[in-house]
Design a binder for this molecule. Structure first.
Ligand code: SAM
Length: 261
């Protein structure tokens, strides 16, 4: 079972999302356990003050260190009492980029993962100094808080836990599973607003469909994310499909694929 504890000043940014769809079912099946803790419950004054003005002046508020230390102390105690270990994750734009590989490693984690959500201008630096959390970034942009990144981490990891997705085959060929982007999907009806489905997908020839999809995946990756193909050791089949794409003129192939299959 994958276990997350999320520390946040805004539990309602997290809990409703966990109560929907696949994440909800994962929890019902006992494959995922997420507990959301309100950092205000760990404040010391009657106003439940969790943030304050920055020393030295400047814009915005800074999250106070002590409520975070108290929350971590409480979780550490609980974890030790259960005979478990803890891994502390801190979403921040300064962190290591999150990726599918990163998600895979989280999905295999047996320790309890605590996610500390910063908000406002961020967190008192002494939290970082004292706790040395694992810093992870969800991209080179700035969000209002760590709550959305926390959900991204939980979602990306949870769907890789065996049994969470209805059809485990969904994981086999999806984007990044093999450092490639995925091929395109179509569903009924066969024509929508004058747009058809590639003939090959209606043919029933499994091997031909497999090759077409592989070629589309290579094509999409070559056009959109050529960096993923760099340094990749290609199988002879991929090499042949890629050579075909290049000799056909990749951009026109991607446009023509809908017509010719
Ligand atoms: N002042 C900070 C800076 O310039 O780096 C940004 C603080 S941001 C407004 C508030 C919180 O959102 C951060 O403490 C972090 O927890 C979270 N956050 C914002 N962008 C993020 C990103 N790209 N990846 C992960 N966490 C992020």
């Amino acid at each position: 079972m994958l276990r997350f504890d999320v520390l946040t000043l805004f539990p309602d940014m997290i809990s409703p999302v966990l109560g929907q769809s696949i994440l909800k079912r994962a929890q019902e099946k006992g494959l995922l356990d997420v507990r959301v803790h309100n950092l205000r419950d760990f404040t010391e004054d009657r106003h439940k003050t969790a943030d304050d003005l920055p020393y030295g002046g400047g814009a915005g508020m800074v999250m106070k260190a002590e409520p975070i230390f108290r929350a971590i102390d409480a979780l550490t105690e609980e974890t030790q009492a259960d005979g478990d270990e803890m891994r502390l994750l801190f979403p921040t734009p300064h962190g290591r980029p999150f990726s599918q590989d990163y998600a895979r490693r989280l999905a295999e984690e047996r320790r309890r993962m605590v996610i500390l959500c910063g908000h406002y201008e961020g967190v008192d630096e002494r939290v970082r100094t004292a706790l040395s959390p694992e810093e992870v970034s969800v991209g080179d942009y700035v969000l209002t808080g760590g709550e959305l990144p926390a959900l991204i981490l939980i979602d990306a990891a949870a769907r890789l836990v065996p049994g969470v997705l209805g059809d485990p085959d969904s994981l086999i060929e999806e984007s990044f599973s093999d450092s490639l982007l995925e091929y395109p999907h179509y569903t009924r009806p066969v024509e929508v607003r004058g747009l058809g489905v590639p003939e090959v997908l209606l043919s029933g020839h499994h091997e031909v469909i497999r090759l077409w999809r592989r070629k589309q995946a290579l094509c999409s990756t070559y056009l959109r994310r050529p960096d993923l193909l760099r340094d990749r050791v290609l199988t002879s089949e991929d090499r042949r499909l890629l050579d075909e794409l290049i000799s056909e003129g990749v951009s026109t192939v991607s446009m023509r694929s809908g017509e010719e299959g």
